[in-house]
Design a protein around this ligand. Structure first.
Ligand SMILES: Nc1ncnc2c1ncn2[C@@H]1O[C@H](COP(=O)(O)OP(=O)(O)OP(=O)(O)O)[C@@H](O)[C@H]1O
Length: 607
């Protein structure tokens, strides 16, 4: 659970500059108070009333030092000088010691944390992405960072200095007429308690609103991602209605709880402030008329008290805006606090270690569950010899992809271990280890950029001849060269659309480019027509036996030639052997194969 401490921690690297710039801004707020004080003393001078000791002392010290005599003109000069210093001299200095540093800190911290957030996005375990959609994550990060950025200058440059100013006014008033100061401070205390209580309530409502907004935005992003499905099922109206309900729920909280709450707060504050000022005016007027206070002090006290009360609105506005942002800022820190787990080590740019494997993989007594108490893989013992081709088959949900996720160290085993060339993969440098593996998924991700960029994703410095060779093996070279821009064709978000089969061939070529020791095909040829699939299989014969290959396949006809076929069922390895051996066993494999052959015989797809 994130706390206010995390928010402070956001600026930790700049704490000394922050302390100094906040102190400078606060000092300027105090310097400002010299003006009404000096004007009050000028009034006393003009109406022949006595001046305060500090003014007398200052004028006499200057007179002694310069060898002048103390005259009303000197007093006027001293007071004018104070006003000159507090206004004209201060004006050009204040922005550079205040605004400059407040924004500098906010902007630098934004850069730091945007970087850290990207780091987080890259290192979070896959599990996190199974549970949170991209829209939710992106909105959490961008809102959190931008709210931090806007809040800092407001708090450092306004809220804190203005609170210091109010305290300064309290001190001056105490010195001039302590009962007025006491009244002022008590009324401020009352306003503060009431405001904090209201804000506490409003923050809770803001948190609810924030989660509502996040849900709406996340659904909108899902609609965009899954727009084809939405349209195919003609669900536009239903989606719109669902989002309308969500937006209504948000506006209900915003208007009836939050907005109304803030307006009530402002109403109460302004009425109370005007009431206090009126009482103060009556009180100070009474003691001035009674001759217990000079006109100059009367003016100073009333002006200072008005200045203090005038700060209530900006102070509560800043506090209010911060309260509105508080929930989303905390949610950002909760995101930043999510544990990165095993993935964390893969961010070093220069490889600290280069690995090379023969591709011997040994799963030893592996058990794994995504959630406690529900093992997905049980008692997995499997030895894959270097450069063997292994097929993982079995019913949907039997755990084939999960086994591969463990091999890639996306998750750690609950018990047992996985050895690569005899070394426990948990002990290997994650980046160096993963660089020796490659996978082609059923859905191939294409980045916005040229085909060349996509092909050399794993190795941007690749030899062009290797790229072309990989494309030939994956049977994607003809398609690429037929494009007007060839390998420089832009694909992805703003480029040429690729068909499912073309994407898969591109994915295969990209994986080959990584020149891995272990190559995994996760349903990689399932989008291809039979002819293309056969062509790729024949082409892959070229690399068969040069590295370990693991093929997850539903079409059993595609893995007949594998050195070992591993049949998974409900998380257990049910059978292992060659195609012929397993057919003779007449077990699950033979059963699945006969079903598919039967479908084929009837002229249907053997999937
Ligand atoms: N991230 C996850 N969190 C929780 N359970 C999961 C997760 N991913 C998969 N599972 C569950 O683990 C089981 C095995 O899934 P897995 O994807 O490994 O099966 P599979 O054999 O590859 O299936 P298919 O052939 O349909 O792709 C399934 O019951 C699935 O619901």
């Amino acid at each position: 659970m994130a706390t206010f401490k995390d928010i402070l921690g956001y600026y930790r690297d700049y704490r000394w500059v922050a302390i100094l710039s906040i102190a400078a801004s606060s000092l300027f707020e105090l310097v400002d108070l010299l003006v009404p004080y000096a004007i009050g003393q000028i009034l006393n001078l003009l109406s022949d009333q006595s001046l305060d000791f500090p003014v007398e002392w200052l004028a006499k010290t200057i007179a002694n030092f310069a060898g002048w005599s103390v005259t009303p003109g000197l007093y006027l000069g001293v007071l004018g000088g104070i006003i000159f210093l507090a206004t004209i001299v201060r004006a050009p200095v204040q922005p550079w010691l205040g605004v400059w540093y407040h924004w500098l800190i906010a902007l630098k911290a934004r850069r730091d944390y945007s970087y850290k957030a990207i780091e987080k996005v890259l290192t979070l375990p896959l599990e996190f992405y199974d549970e949170n959609n991209p829209g939710r994550i992106a909105s959490r990060v961008s809102k959190g960072v931008s709210n931090h950025t806007w809040s800092y200058p407001e708090i450092a440059g306004q809220l804190i200095p203005k609170l210091v100013r109010v305290l300064g006014i309290g001190v001056i008033l105490w010195w001039l007429e302590w009962p007025v100061s006491l009244g002022l401070l008590m009324s401020f205390g009352l306003i503060l308690i009431f405001t904090l209580r209201s804000l506490h309530y409003l923050i809770q409502k803001e948190e609810i609103l924030d989660s509502y907004i996040e849900n709406t935005e996340s659904r909108t992003s899902e609609i965009i991602t899954n727009i084809k499905t939405v349209k195919a099922f003609a669900s536009e109206a239903r989606e719109l209605e669902r989002q309308r309900k969500r937006l209504d729920r948000e506006i209900n909280v915003v208007i009836n709880r939050i907005h109304r709450g803030y307006v009530w707060l402002i109403t109460w504050q302004t009425t109370f402030v005007q009431f206090c000022l009126f009482i103060l005016l009556g009180f100070s007027l009474a003691i001035t008329i009674a001759g217990r206070m000079s006109i100059g002090h009367f003016i100073t006290i009333y002006t200072l008290a008005s200045m203090a009360y005038a700060e209530i609105t900006p102070i509560s506005q800043v506090a209010e805006v911060f309260a509105r942002r508080y929930a989303s800022i905390l949610r950002f820190h909760e995101f930043m606090d999510v544990s990165t787990g095993q993935d964390g080590g893969s961010l070093t740019v220069t490889a600290t270690q280069q690995l090379k494997f023969t591709g011997k993989i040994h799963f030893q007594n592996v058990q794994f569950s995504y959630h406690d108490g529900n093992p997905i893989l049980k008692d997995i013992n499997l030895l894959i010899e270097p450069c063997q081709t292994i097929a993982l088959v079995g019913r949907s949900g039997s755990g084939k992809s999960t086994l591969i996720k463990l091999l890639f160290r996306y998750f750690s085993t609950d018990t047992g271990r996985i050895l690569m060339d005899g070394q426990d993969i948990q002990d290997l440098n994650i980046r160096a280890y993963r660089q020796r593996l490659a996978i082609v998924h059923q859905e191939v991700d294409v980045f916005n950029g040229t085909l060349w960029d996509n092909l050399t994703y794993a190795n941007p410095q690749a030899d062009p001849r290797d790229v072309i060779r990989a494309c030939e093996i994956a049977r994607v070279d003809e398609f690429i060269t037929s494009l007007p821009m060839g390998y420089q064709t832009i694909v992805g978000e703003r480029g040429v659309r690729l068909s499912g089969g073309q994407r898969q061939r591109l994915g295969i070529a990209r994986a080959l480019m990584a020149n891995p020791d272990v190559l995994v095909f996760d349903e990689a040829t399932s989008s291809l027509d039979y002819e293309s699939e056969l062509e790729i299989q024949q082409a892959l014969q070229e690399i068969t036996g040069t590295r370990t290959m693991i093929i997850i396949a539903h079409r059993l006809s595609t893995v007949r030639d594998a050195d070992q076929i591993v049949v998974l069922d409900q998380g257990y390895i049910k059978e292992v052997g060659t195609h012929e051996f397993l057919l003779h066993q007449e077990g699950l494999y033979a059963h699945l194969y006969s079903i598919q052959a039967d479908h084929k015989y009837r002229g249907r797809s053997p999937d």
